[in-house]
Design a protein around this ligand. Structure first.
Ligand code: NAD
Length: 440
């Protein structure tokens, strides 16, 4: 587990060294070290050989690229980007691309590792990868974003491709970003290659249902968990942090199931109404004003307050490390459904488990996105076009099966859901790695 610094004692003996100010217990919030802690726990249960552990706890390949980009004012700005392939034993690398000022290599390495475990949890034939660019997309024009994206695509081009590594959208990237990457790739290799990215616009080979797949998968996982915990989703209260692709769609889908959305938030803060917030109105308000804050019929609350408010289902759908040692004791939800990647730290996991709060782990709860990305890739390879009902039915089958495989693993090893999913996933990747053998 990550080390926790003990608080220093406030009493000072005569002649003793000067008193050190009292410091709050601290926890290691480096996402890659957190991903390794989660892996080590699963490796221990599976009694993996030390050599195999070393292979699986480090990324296979890390690429750092410089992206000189002409800005609208004529000046050149150089951005830094990454693409990390964590493991490709079970299939080509798969994972989104994040644009955010706080992107770090360790964050991208963690996200790539979580992709390996996620594709294995839902048992789709992909490995794990992730990309990121350190930039502030909210302060860039569309043409600046296009130029930066095309340069990024060109720089990572040697290691991506439909049978090598297939990017998709993540925080602050979308279908348009994927279209630019696909076009840059196709223009460079000289022929079309739709399967190089997923999450594309439907007009260029995107899949029906991909846009809402992450949230729809989350809904299916929550529905199964509610059945086990004997919670009725109808009338259940839901608080959602983050109001982008994952969070806003989740709000809409939960409301369609007659759950009550009692709080929503984005970077600027949150809003709450115990009688329920209409997600469609919130989406329209955010489209107009850029935030949910200030929408009529709801009062203000902070992101911190949202995480600890009374509700049945808490959905973190923004970034990592929001439920930590410092607020886990105060969380009042009955279920935490992780739409975001890495929102709960290992210390918080322990606290929530002790308090009987079910954490539906990211590598299953948000795996709907990669599952429909897999469908998109299959349709591209085969020249097929499935309708949305077919996509959703196939998604539900895969997610529900994975949920019950996780529950079986939890029962076998007497562990909470994240450990169950990790044991399942690491076991699958370990088996693939062993059966392939070591090259050369
Ligand atoms: P997005 O860019 O569409 O939306 C992100 C949202 O989070 C925005 O509403 C933004 O305002 C909010 N946000 C950002 N920082 C915040 C903060 N500090 N506090 C509160 N809100 C904040 O991104 P997305 O695609 O919805 O991704 C959200 C999370 O879901 C990420 O962790 C991502 O890795 C994960 N995820 C996304 C997908 C997908 O298919 N898009 C799939 C799996 C997992």
């Amino acid at each position: 587990m990550a080390t926790v610094a003990k608080p220093t004692t406030p009493t000072r003996q005569i002649g003793a060294p000067p008193m050190v100010p009292r410091i709050a217990p601290r926890e290691d919030l480096n996402p890659f070290r957190i991903a390794q802690i989660q892996f080590d726990m699963a490796a221990e249960f599976l009694k993996l050989d030390p050599g195999l552990r070393q292979i699986l706890r480090t990324p296979k390949r890390v690429l750092e690229v410089s992206l000189p980009t002409k800005m609208d004012n004529g000046q050149v700005k150089v951005f830094t980007g990454y693409r990390v392939q964590h493991n490709v034993s079970r299939g080509p690398g798969k994972g989104g691309i994040r644009y955010h000022p706080n992107v770090t290599l360790d964050e991208v390495k963690a996200l790539a590792a979580w992709m390996t475990w996620k594709t294995a949890t839902v048992n789709v034939p992909f490995g794990g990868a992730k990309g990121g660019v350190i930039c502030d997309p909210k302060r860039m024009s569309k043409s600046e974003l296009e130029r930066m994206t095309r340069r990024y695509a060109s720089e990572i081009l040697p290691i991506i491709g439909p049978s090598m590594d297939i990017p998709a959208p993540d925080v602050y990237t979308d279908a348009q970003t994927m279209a630019w990457i696909m076009d840059t790739y196709a223009m460079t290799i000289g022929h079309s290659a739709h399967g190089v990215v997923t999450g594309k616009p439907i007009s260029i080979g995107g899949s029906e249902g991909r846009n809402e797949a992450t949230a729809r998968g989350l809904l299916y996982v929550v529905e199964e968990a509610c059945k086990l915990k004997k919670i009725s989703l109808r009338g259940a209260t839901v608080a959602i942090q983050g109001f982008g692709n994952a969070g806003a769609t989740a709000a809409r889908l939960f409301a369609e199931k007659k759950a009550k959305i009692v709080a929503l938030s984005d970077t600027r803060g949150g809003v709450t109404n115990s009688r329920g917030i209409d997600p469609i109105k919130a989406i329209r308000y955010k489209e107009r004003s850029g935030t949910v804050v200030g929408m009529p019929g709801a009062s203000r609350l902070s992101n911190d307050e949202l995480l600890t408010m009374k509700c049945d289902i808490l959905v973190p759908a923004a970034l990592e490390n929001v439920i930590t040692l410092h607020n886990a004791e105060a969380v009042k939800a009955r279920i935490v459904a992780e739409a975001a990647n890495g929102p709960t730290t290992p210390h918080a996991d322990e606290i929530l488990a002790r308090r009987g709060i079910t954490v539906l782990p990211d590598i299953l709860a948000n795996a709907g996105g990669v599952t429909v990305s897999y469908f998109e890739w299959v349709q591209n390879q085969e020249g097929l076009m499935w309708d949305v009902d077919e996509v959703n039915a196939r998604l539900q089958k895969i997610i529900v099966r994975a949920f019950h495989e996780m529950v079986d693993t939890m029962r076998k090893h007497h562990v909470p859901p994240r450990a169950g999913a990790m044991i399942l996933a690491v076991g699958r990747v370990a088996e693939a790695t062993l059966v392939r053998g070591l090259f050369p």
